[in-house]
Design a protein around this ligand. Structure first.
Ligand code: SAM
Ligand code: SF4
Length: 348
């Protein structure tokens, strides 16, 4: 630990130029994945997909050092993502080390669920209680089409194993016209009959090879209209932990209730309340998912940076956090590619 670091850190370290408090760090542990989702790592565009060499990833020691500095600055919530975080070797021991960091109130995980059945108990034992699991379809053949892999059963078993252990589960569904729009009602029913919050995410154009096309895009509002057939939606008061999702209680005709969320980065961006900072799997600090500006923390660390230097770079990145993304404007201008970063490196 650097002796120059003041013993008492101030919350204002986390205040950005637009008075938002950036208390939530997302770590992309790897850019590798055991699936090839059409909207994230399209299989047929693999040539364009550049995977990082192992040495290009931050080591677990480097990651722990960064998290320790961030927590001392006041950050208290961490999400592990990727790529698929559970494919990285040694991840369970890393999570155990994270769970020992004092001041880190919560560690959450976003996973595709493929390795969940075997790892759920270990994750629970490390103190993780909340999982976001991505699932765009409940039809095995369609799952293979969307993800490139025949893994639906494995993922479903993982979800059920996690439920049995007592995890709070949010299912992330990327809403795509022509891919899974005929299943939104089934997902709403799932929210009514199982204790999962189902969250629909607007398909975003991220990455140079993005398959995004406006024909596939569905705005959240249009989606909500579809649910009248299953039940009524009543907005729930925003909770800090809902992040960017607008959450509704759904009440079915038989009186059953559930929870449905909409993440609408395109139709209703949530930049005003954004509290996130991202560390990409390439070791770069990124203040906005949809804005390509990044700070190279890895090179700095590997050039002998002190904890104070790390802290200054985090502080500067927070100060440089843009007011909001310009995706909608960029999409209107044909010569401007909205977001060149690779989703699997950034971590969503
Ligand atoms: N592999 C893990 C998973 O799939 O849950 C974690 C990483 S993944 C990049 C994080 C989230 O980003 C997932 O919920 C995924 O569905 C979402 N995502 C990826 N590409 C997207 C896109 N183009 N538009 C909207 N959501 C996307
Ligand atoms: Fe893998 Fe997640 Fe991207 Fe799908 S969304 S390819 S599971 S990183």
């Amino acid at each position: 630990m650097n002796k120059c670091m003041p013993a008492i850190e101030t919350k204002s370290d986390l205040t950005d130029s637009f008075s938002r408090t950036i208390s939530y760090l997302r770590l992309s542990l790897t850019d590798r994945c055991n699936l090839r989702c059409v909207y994230c790592m399209p299989e047929d565009r693999e040539e364009g997909l550049q995977l990082l060499a192992h040495d290009d990833l931050l080591s677990y020691e480097e990651l722990l050092r960064i998290v320790n500095v961030a927590v001392k600055m006041g950050m208290n919530k961490l999400r592990l993502t990727g790529g698929e975080p559970l494919v990285r070797k040694g991840v369970m021991a890393f999570i155990r080390s994270l769970s020992e960091i004092k001041g880190l109130e919560e560690i959450r995980l976003t996973t595709n669920g493929v390795l969940l059945e075997e790892k759920a108990a270990g994750l629970y034992a490390s103190g993780i209680r909340k999982l976001n699991i991505s699932l765009d379809t409940m039809r095995p053949e369609r799952f293979r089409k969307i993800t490139g892999m025949d893994m639906f059963q494995k993922v479903w078993q993982g979800i059920e194993a996690a439920e049995k252990l007592g995890f709070a589960i949010k299912l992330n569904v990327v809403a795509m016209n022509g891919f899974n729009d005929d299943e939104f009602i089934d997902f709403a029913r799932l929210a009514l009959h199982r204790n999962y919050q189902v969250r629909f995410i607007e398909f975003m154009p991220v990455g140079k090879n993005s398959t995004w096309d406006k024909r596939y895009y569905i705005a959240s509002e249009k989606l909500q209209e579809m649910f009248s057939e299953v039940g009524t939606l009543d907005p729930l008061p925003g909770r800090r932990m809902d992040g960017p999702a607008k959450v509704y209680q759904i009440t079915g005709s038989d009186g059953s209730t559930g929870s449905i969320g909409f993440i609408s980065p395109i139709s209703h961006h949530f930049c005003d309340t954004c509290n996130r900072l991202r560390l990409t799997s390439a070791g770069r600090l990124r203040a906005c998912l949809l804005h390509d500006r990044e700070a190279d923390l890895k090179t700095m660390l590997r050039s002998g940076a002190t904890d104070d230097d790390v802290r200054s770079l985090i502080r500067q990145t927070i100060l440089d956090k843009p007011k909001g993304h310009t995706l909608v404007e960029d999409l209107k201008s044909s010569d401007k590619h909205p977001c060149g970063g690779q989703m699997s490196r950034i971590g969503g």
